[in-house]
Ligand binder design. Structure first.
Ligand SMILES: [Zn+2]
Length: 208
């Protein structure tokens, strides 16, 4: 079912489902946005993460997702937080993985104690996979005014921004402006105290 076109477009999609759930909240200008404020938004998200038809798009699912989003938010910011870990385990306890051999191959099914936990459980389970496979690649965008998270899949592990086109460019422009203002501001701000200035500043000011 296509989501209504009135649901706001998210700036970052396509991250693993645990992080994509966190990215249902973002900042647009100075406004906090939240895709999971409405059932339309929930339908959009289920579409985005390929769960349409596998999880009911109803209020209980929405409530369980928002609850799990809070837990994941805390865990990503403070990995290993014991209270958050306990809360995540409580979410995971709503699903039971059954493995079996079918038609000559392995099959895995998950049974939920209530269908409204299917989406939240899937995100929680994905977080465990990320921890097992890429614990040091779970990142928050380096723009302090941005709340988006991503899995750094770059070869060298050097991705810093949710998007080069937005936060990355903003940081580049800020650095450019700082350079354009030149060393003058630095010279007046650091009046020559050796303990406060670094070697470069001392050379720039011409002090001994
Ligand atoms: Zn960002």
């Amino acid at each position: 079912m296509a989501a209504s076109s009135t649901t706001p477009a998210r700036p970052l999609v396509g991250e693993p489902v645990a992080l994509d759930l966190l990215n249902t909240r973002w900042i647009a200008g100075s406004a906090d946005r939240d895709l999971l404020e409405t059932l339309d938004g929930l339908r959009r998200w289920l579409d985005d993460v390929d769960l349409t038809g596998r999880c009911p798009a109803d209020l209980p699912t929405l409530a369980n997702l928002v609850h799990t989003r809070e837990i994941l938010d805390r865990l990503v910011d403070t990995p290993g937080n014991p209270e958050a870990a306990e809360a995540l385990n409580a979410v995971l306890a709503h699903g039971l993985v059954r493995r079996s051999l079918r038609s000559g191959g392995p099959e895995e099914t998950v049974e939920f104690d209530h269908p409204s936990w299917a989406a939240a459980w899937t995100a929680a389970d994905n977080y465990l996979t990320l921890l097992a496979e890429h614990p040091d690649r779970i990142r928050r965008c380096a723009n302090p005014a941005c709340v988006l998270r991503f899995l750094d899949t770059s070869k060298n592990g050097t991705r810093r921004w949710c998007s080069m086109a937005t936060c990355g460019n903003r940081a580049k422009a800020a650095r450019h402006h700082a350079r354009a203002r030149g060393g003058r501001a630095v010279r007046t701000a650091v009046p020559g105290g050796r303990d406060r200035g670094n070697g470069e500043v001392l050379r720039e000011t011409g002090r001994p």
